[in-house]
Design a protein around this ligand. Structure first.
Ligand code: SF4
Length: 237
């Protein structure tokens, strides 16, 4: 076997191993918008510690839907990424909440070994993982959601009642980490706005948390976690 083929095979095997440890519920093979200026593949990880009523990926979040969510085959994904690495600028890790998965640092290192950049989308509740990824140079860009003004009740109104004061502190720490890291990595803070959840004062308070203009997004109401939850409850009764 020539050495090019055997090293490609080794990269695929390593990728399969890493992606087997990451539950992935969807893969977009080519995106021009998820990492601005880059052609990226997008991996949607399963599992999230928030319950935003407007979430448009409930199949990655609600346990009842996660059980029936098809998984992306690790071997197919690894093979596709390795084969197309010359055509890709980057891979975007989104979810769900990717930082809940401990395999992330090794997966990012593998992607860098392939020569592709890595962008992470996060809700900011894992500053330990985020700090480690930033410190090791494992990620090139981060988009973090700012869900509400940094007060427990405001956050709970948007992301659900299980959000704790510890999670609020974690979000504050992640904002701090990213403000410091913005000299070295691409950083975007973004907010999804809903007229029922955010008024003018709330938006101003959210903007005051970060030093760059927030990227504002509208709620996409075709699929929403709240509606899926209502369907699940109705089916039970
Ligand atoms: S929108 Fe909220 S619930 Fe949905 S994946 Fe993001 S943080 Fe989790």
């Amino acid at each position: 076997m020539n050495s090019g083929i055997s090293s490609r095979r080794a990269l695929v095997v390593r990728g399969e191993e890493l992606l087997s440890a990451l539950p992935v519920g969807g893969m977009l093979k080519q995106s021009f918008v998820d990492y601005p200026g880059m052609i990226s593949a997008v991996l949607y990880t399963i599992g999230c510690n928030m319950r935003c009523s407007y979430c448009h990926n409930p199949g990655l979040v609600l346990p009842g839907l996660i059980r029936v969510q098809p998984r992306v085959d690790a071997s197919d994904a690894a093979r596709w990424i390795v084969r197309n690495r010359e055509l890709l600028d980057a891979v975007v890790l989104t979810g769900g909440e990717p930082t809940l998965h401990s395999v992330l640092p090794e997966l990012c290192a593998w992607l860098h070994e392939l020569g592709v950049k890595v962008k992470l989308d996060t809700n900011g509740t894992s500053p330990g993982m985020l700090g480690a990824l930033l410190a090791s140079g494992a990620i090139d860009a981060v988009a973090m959601d700012v869900k509400a003004p940094l007060e427990l009740e405001c956050y709970r109104k948007v992301v659900g009642a299980r959000f704790s004061s510890g999670m609020l502190e974690a979000v504050a720490e992640s904002i701090h980490l990213l403000c410091r890291a913005s000299r070295h990595v691409g950083v975007e803070f973004r907010s999804t706005l809903s007229t029922t959840l955010h008024d003018r004062e709330a938006i101003a308070a959210m903007q005051s948390l970060v030093p760059f203009p927030l990227k504002l997004q509208k709620v996409r109401d075709e699929v929403m976690l709240q509606k899926e939850l209502e369907k699940i409850i109705a089916a039970r009764n």
